[in-house]
Design a protein around this ligand. Structure first.
Ligand SMILES: [Mn+2]
Length: 327
């Protein structure tokens, strides 16, 4: 990837090319260089790359994968999800929009530092950059800890909506205070969003439940969602978010039942069905969304399903936001 950049910067445009595959060895005058003709950059999300300047949505991979306590491997997710995005159809029947028509630029992957704090700092700075350019950051993890860095970069009051099996509100775990199991607690303490709403909850310890209660953090359990059905749950979400002008969304793919998304770092049984998840997701993705992330896919446990599901989830979220913003 870095090589591509230096080649494109270092080589002057060539205006002649020899079609060596052609028996006549025909030479043609074309306005591009050999590498532009014959070499593609590494996969970009959806396969359609707009320039950063014209883009409205900016994809960033954040392959942070160091605090995992069970299955690791989310560092490979950004590339795998990009690859999946190239191999599914891009039209959203839910939104009536083709994601390829959106103005998307894929920046590539964040350089991960040795220390988690340094990585989160870089993520904060890059998030600020993208927002300053008036574009929507769409960040593909990586482990869920990245959401803390992104939220620091958001720098304004938002409602934080999280699709996740887990509350992730422990104060400390395995000696770490900043990790995939504690990041939501740190966000609550350090950033204090206007609201935190977790959807699809089914895994928590007493400490987390106590903290959520004390801090007025709301969560909709899978059991409650199943009991209420999509329509009633949608109404609940609408009401709970009605007072907020800006929304940040984080999607942990373990919110889905492991039958639909097996390759996640901490699978949790008894999860949401795909159609329920996407219906609820579409409810959240409206004109107020300023950024979102998708995290925790561990591709080495996959047979391809989870990566495809993740790519599709990002497509649907993007198309819903586009539809909401442009009508
Ligand atoms: Mn989770």
């Amino acid at each position: 990837m870095l090589g591509n950049k230096s080649i494109s910067q270092g080589v002057e445009k060539t205006f002649r090319f020899s079609g060596s595959h052609n028996q006549n060895s025909r030479e043609a005058e074309v306005g591009v260089s050999y590498h532009e003709l014959f070499v593609s950059p590494s996969p970009v999300f959806t396969g359609v790359q707009r320039t950063f300047e014209e883009a409205e949505y900016v994809i960033l991979g954040a392959p942070l994968d160091v605090t995992s306590t069970y299955r690791s491997g989310s560092r490979f997710a950004p590339l795998t999800i990009r690859e999946a995005s190239l191999n599914i159809e891009s039209y959203s029947f839910r939104a009536g929009i083709d994601v390829e028509d959106l103005k998307i630029h894929d920046l590539g992957d964040l350089h991960i530092a040795g220390e988690v704090d340094e990585t989160l700092k870089r993520l904060e700075l890059v998030t600020k950059d993208i927002l300053r350019a008036k574009k929507m950051p769409v960040i593909i993890g990586g482990e869920h800890t990245i959401t803390l860095g992104i939220m620091r970069g958001i720098g304004e009051k938002v409602a934080l909506v999280s699709f996740d099996a887990h509350l992730d509100m422990r104060s400390e775990y395995t000696g770490r205070t900043v990790s995939h199991t504690t990041f939501m607690r740190r966000i609550s303490e350090q950033i204090n969003p206007e609201k935190i709403l977790e959807i699809g909850t089914r895994a928590a310890c007493k400490e987390e439940l106590d903290y959520a209660k004390k801090s007025n953090i709301q969560f909709l359990t899978v059991q409650q969602i199943r009991k209420d059905g999509v329509e009633r749950t949608t109404e609940k979400i609408e009401t709970l978010l009605a007072d907020y002008e800006k929304i940040y969304l984080t999607i942990d793919m373990d919110v889905l039942d492991p039958a639909f998304a097996p390759a996640v770092q901490n699978p949790e049984p008894d999860g949401l069905d795909v159609h329920v998840f996407l219906d609820l997701l579409c409810q959240v993705c409206d004109h107020r969304m300023i950024a979102f992330d998708l995290v925790e896919v561990a591709p080495h446990y996959d047979n391809g399903i989870t990566a495809i599901q993740a790519a599709k989830t990002i497509f649907e979220a993007l198309c819903q936001v586009e539809k909401a913003k442009k009508g």
